[in-house]
Design a protein around this ligand. Structure first.
Ligand code: ASP
Length: 603
């Protein structure tokens, strides 16, 4: 049996026809993209996955011309005809097949279609709701079709790299128990075991660790994960990760494989060379220099400056108060920001207030080295000189000051850095990757909002992350300072993924649970299967997961995660195509022992 590249109903892909095919008889099939009917002659643009070609039904085409009169946009047709060169002056440079056309001898309608709900073109003004409802039409649009192909290319490269390095593709359950990754679980009540429920995995974390105990040594999976969170532009309730774990290695092994993989994906999928090794920053350094653990390194200069020493003896009331309370004064110089109007500065102050800041002080460096600022009359000359030197500002630059609790002030000025760079076109081209290493092991629950256990601390990553060796014996003593053996990979200000070396010692794992306020009993109930696994010969191991949807978003230069997912959910977690979630039949609910609360009346 021969396998035909385009299926046995066709001889060629519409988009593959070129001058070299002139004189050939071909059969193509696809959708009618556009139709121009001049009565005696009709033109159809025929579209399939490979592209688009012009079909001509001439007066001598007989039945084919009749059929061409009848067809409408988005009908599915099969055309047999001869490839001929387009007449001089009729060549269309905008399409790959623009040198040729197919003179039809027969046009067969394979399927009629209703008038499409919106034109199958890029750049149309149509609501996303309607696009999602008719996703099968939306995905025909060239941009969307290209993204699907790009995504497939990316996963294909991923598989090649993982294969090359000996990683086994192993599937893990979807109906399972909770895995704490900091979100709510989706539950699937059990019919066979009334009163009990499965949870959909927030990640395959515990299974991949158990696969290491099982001797798999190198695992990967392109895995669906489920997290019931409030949605944002770049989040979906179900999303895909490249999930990876390896044994007998350390952080460097994981980083090396991921750098090779990402470089290869970028090269093969979009033809871009990314520089390796990636920049490495410790978490503390990233926060101090960029005010973020996801710094956008495409923004040159514009690093944060800490002015606590400069203002140690200051008479500037707000700064004095903040420093007295143990906070910080953080500043940022904006190159040539002195050209901003008073109104623009005022708008930024309002912007900062909306983010919860009390205010945002600012100044402009004058040619004589002085600072034009509402605050300058309270600053000494030394302070002004210190500000300018520490922020590395020059004449004509603006300087912004955020004062408050240190992390808050850094994050505020870090966000301002992104905001100003975007507004003023200071974000460079290309892709800038970095690793953020040495993240803290724990953070206060109040900062995170979600707790794994019952104490005031919760893991920054997840509770299976190992402390760095120095903290192994004493993370409980200074939980706010203890560092974890975790690493995140960031690209252009997006967190692309994160992972860690895991705890492979049952005792250490039990200590972490205890520290988090998970009692031995509770740990046994929730994670007994992991603890038992760890007690049966667990090799040292670690891994990472990359968010595949975000990765494709970056490759495709998309701004909306829904554009890189075939059938995504809306911001409210609904699917306009299938209308999921939906009420369920009483009888099935009864079998599950469930009753759904009545749908709230929209008010
Ligand atoms: N399971 C983690 C996550 O989903 C990734 C990892 O630690 O490998 O974020």
């Amino acid at each position: 049996m021969t396998i035909t590249p385009f299926g046995s109903l066709r001889t060629h892909g519409a988009g593959t026809l070129r001058a070299e095919h002139v004189g050939d008889t071909v059969t193509i099939a696809g959708w009618v993209d556009t139709r121009r009917d001049h009565g005696g002659v009709a033109f159809l643009d025929l579209r399939d996955r490979s592209g688009l070609v012009q079909v001509v039904a001439d007066p001598e085409a007989g039945d084919a011309l009749e059929a061409a009169h009848r067809v409408r946009s988005e009908w599915v047709v099969r055309v047999t005809g001869t490839v001929r060169a387009r007449p001089e002056g009729m060549v269309n440079d905008r399409i790959d097949t623009g040198d040729v056309e197919v003179a039809a001898t027969s046009i067969e309608v394979l399927s009629e279609a209703e008038t499409p709900p919106f034109p199958v073109e890029d750049g149309i003004e149509v609501s996303e709701e309607l696009r999602l409802k008719h996703r099968y039409v939306d995905l025909r649009r060239p941009k969307m079709a290209a993204i699907l192909q790009l995504r497939s290319r990316a996963t294909s490269v991923i598989r090649q790299v993982m294969d090359r390095h000996g990683f086994l593709d192993v599937e893990t359950p979807i109906l399972t128990r909770a895995t704490p990754e900091g979100a709510r679980d989706f539950l699937v009540p059990s019919r066979l075991q009334p009163g009990e429920s499965y949870a959909l995995p927030q990640s395959p974390q515990l299974f991949k660790q158990l696969l290491m105990v099982a001797g798999v040594e190198r695992y990967y999976q392109i895995a669906r994960c489920f997290r019931d969170e409030n949605l944002r532009a770049d989040r979906q309730p179900e999303f895909t990760q490249l999930d990876v774990e390896l044994s007998f290695g350390d952080q460097e092994d994981v980083i090396a494989v991921m750098e090779e993989l990402l470089a290869e994906v970028w090269r093969e999928a979009i033809g871009v060379e990314v520089a390796t090794p990636f920049t490495r920053l410790t978490y503390a350094e990233a926060l101090a220099r960029f005010g973020s653990d996801k710094p956008d390194l495409r923004i040159e200069r514009m690093e944060l400056a800490t002015l606590n020493d400069v203002f140690a003896d200051t008479e500037v009331g707000v700064f004095k108060g903040v420093l007295g309370d143990g906070g910080s004064v953080i500043a940022l110089a904006l190159p040539s920001g002195g050209d901003m109007t008073r109104k623009q500065f005022d708008d930024l102050v309002e912007w900062a207030k909306r983010r919860g800041a009390k205010g945002l002080a600012w100044g402009v460096v004058e040619d004589d080295g002085s600072l034009r600022s509402p605050l300058s009359k309270f600053m000494s000359e030394d302070e002004i000189a210190g500000v300018i030197a520490t922020t590395d500002a020059s004449a004509g630059d603006a300087i912004f000051f955020g004062a408050g609790e240190t992390t808050f002030a850094r994050e505020l000025i870090g966000a301002l850095r992104n905001h100003l760079a975007a507004e003023r076109g200071l974000i460079g081209e290309g892709f800038r990757f970095c690793w953020i290493v040495d993240a803290p092991m724990f953070e206060p629950v109040e900062d995170r909002g979600e707790a794994v256990g019952s104490t005031a601390w919760t893991p920054v990553h997840h509770p299976f992350t190992a402390p760095t060796p120095e903290w192994m014996d004493r993370f409980e003593d200074s939980p706010g300072e203890a560092l974890s053996n975790a690493y995140d990979v960031v690209c252009n200000g997006y967190e692309l993924g994160g992972g860690s070396i895991r705890i492979h010692d049952r005792e250490v794992q039990a200590r972490v649970f205890r520290f988090l306020g998970i009692s031995d009993e509770d740990a046994e109930e929730r994670f007994g299967f992991l603890l038992r696994g760890l007690a049966h010969g667990a090799p040292p191991h670690g891994g990472i997961a990359l968010g595949l949807d975000r990765l494709v978003m970056l490759l495709a230069d998309a701004t909306n995660i829904r554009d890189v997912i075939s059938f995504p959910k809306t911001q409210t977690g609904g699917c306009p195509l299938t209308d999921a979630p939906a009420p369920y039949e009483e009888i099935a609910l009864k079998e599950l022992g469930l009753r759904l609360a009545p749908k709230p009346v929209k008010g």
